[in-house]
Ligand binder design. Structure first.
Ligand code: PMV
Length: 364
């Protein structure tokens, strides 16, 4: 069941004879966390606050077509196509998600849906797509609500509601609703912060508004341990309490370096967060390891290059072996020579994606 009554609309049902078929489409980006969310409780609530960069080139586009059901039924009627192909497993997940949000959108059970979704990044490129996919879906559902019931929310509340809904699908997805930098989770240092939805962070140095994030694909295989299982293992991790306390403290430091543009402190913190995330996986019981030899080789080469050139470039990692390289746009030409010579050959099929801080979702 949904954990609070923020958006309990149990009376929001349709007079189906008056509903016309329609469709909505959204493009929504992925994001990469600088302070990581790792560990959750209740219904998708974070154990610690997190902060992320919204990306631009790694996105999902989702078209939702809807029409009144031919026959009333309790069953969700959803057809789901990914890159034009039926994906029964994804369809099942979406059905489960729609059922879970019925207290917010009861009218979902009165409609039938055909959902078509596609990612901009190569299929199976090893990039977690749940943030872009679930945020695109949540945006679509909030748009459908507006079409069917009239506009009841202003822009701020529309974003907040989609962020709330996206979180229920995948925690990190709630941050993708906002351009630039967003946080999620209650923090004494962020006004309006909440465990239920993300908050945009606007007080940042201009350096970060064009920050680069190249993504190096070390392995495109599906990871052996899902994020869901990883979050679960945090419950018995002997270091979890210390981790949650440390992450809360890190928020204040991160906000400060985002404001001042102190890149060295930014980089130290971001790399530490990435390695802490993986250290938590290694110290879970059972322990597991998602880093690959080439991830470590990349880290060594980045640190060596930084030492030799003094260029401010730093890595971060998601819950997988692929590496994100973060640096300011003004050194892109020098960095490109380094990455093509030294990081690209370590990628699976030489695959890497040039990305940067993005402008947030758009309605298509
Ligand atoms: O949103 P989930 O449940 O897939 O968890 C994602 C967790 C990390 O990507 C590892 C960190 C984060 O804050 O995005």
């Amino acid at each position: 069941m949904i954990d609070n009554s923020y958006y309990n609309n149990s009376k929001l049902l349709l007079e189906t004879s008056e509903v016309e078929a329609g469709n909505v489409a959204w493009r929504s980006p992925s994001n990469i966390a600088l302070i990581k969310y790792w560990g959750k409780h209740g219904h998708q609530l974070p154990r610690n606050p997190s902060i992320s960069l919204t990306l631009q080139n790694a996105f999902t586009e989702t078209l939702i077509e809807y029409a009144p059901k031919d026959q009333p039924s309790k069953e969700m009627e959803i057809e789901f196509l990914f890159h034009g192909e039926e994906k029964p497993l994804f369809a099942q997940k979406i059905k489960k998600y729609f059922t879970s949000i019925l207290p917010i959108f009861p009218f979902l059970s009165q409609l039938k849906f055909r959902i078509q979704s596609a990612n901009s990044f190569p299929h199976s490129s090893g990039i977690a797509s749940s943030a872009s996919a679930m945020s695109a879906l949540a945006l679509g559902l909030c748009s459908i609500e507006e079409i069917l019931f009239g506009q009841t929310l202003d822009d701020i509340d529309f974003d907040r509601k989609t962020s709330y809904l996206a979180r229920l699908g995948s925690g990190s997805a709630c941050r993708s609703i906002y351009p630039g930098i967003a946080s999620w989770g209650e923090s004494a240092f962020i006004e309006d912060s909440s465990d239920y939805y993300a908050t945009p962070i606007t007080n940042i140095h201009e350096l970060y508004s064009t920050f680069q994030d190249d993504i190096f694909i070390v392995s495109a295989k599906e990871k052996e341990v899902s994020s869901r299982a990883g979050h679960g293992l945090m419950e018995d991790n002997p270091y979890s309490k210390t981790r949650y306390a440390e992450a809360k403290k890190q928020m204040s430091k991160m906000l400060s370096v985002l404001k001042t543009g102190d890149l060295e402190s930014f980089g130290t913190m971001v790399e530490n967060e990435a390695l802490t995330l993986h250290a938590l996986m290694m110290s879970s019981n059972p322990s597991y390891l998602l880093l690959k030899p080439n991830t470590l080789e990349m880290i060594e080469r980045i640190r060596q290059y930084r030492k030799e050139t003094d260029h401010p470039l730093y890595f971060t990692l998601d819950a997988g072996p692929n590496l994100h390289l973060l640096y300011p746009q003004n050194i892109i030409h020098e960095v490109r020579v380094f990455t093509e010579e030294q990081l690209e050959p370590l990628c699976e099929d030489n695959l890497w994606i040039n990305d940067f801080v993005g402008e947030g979702p758009i309605q298509l």
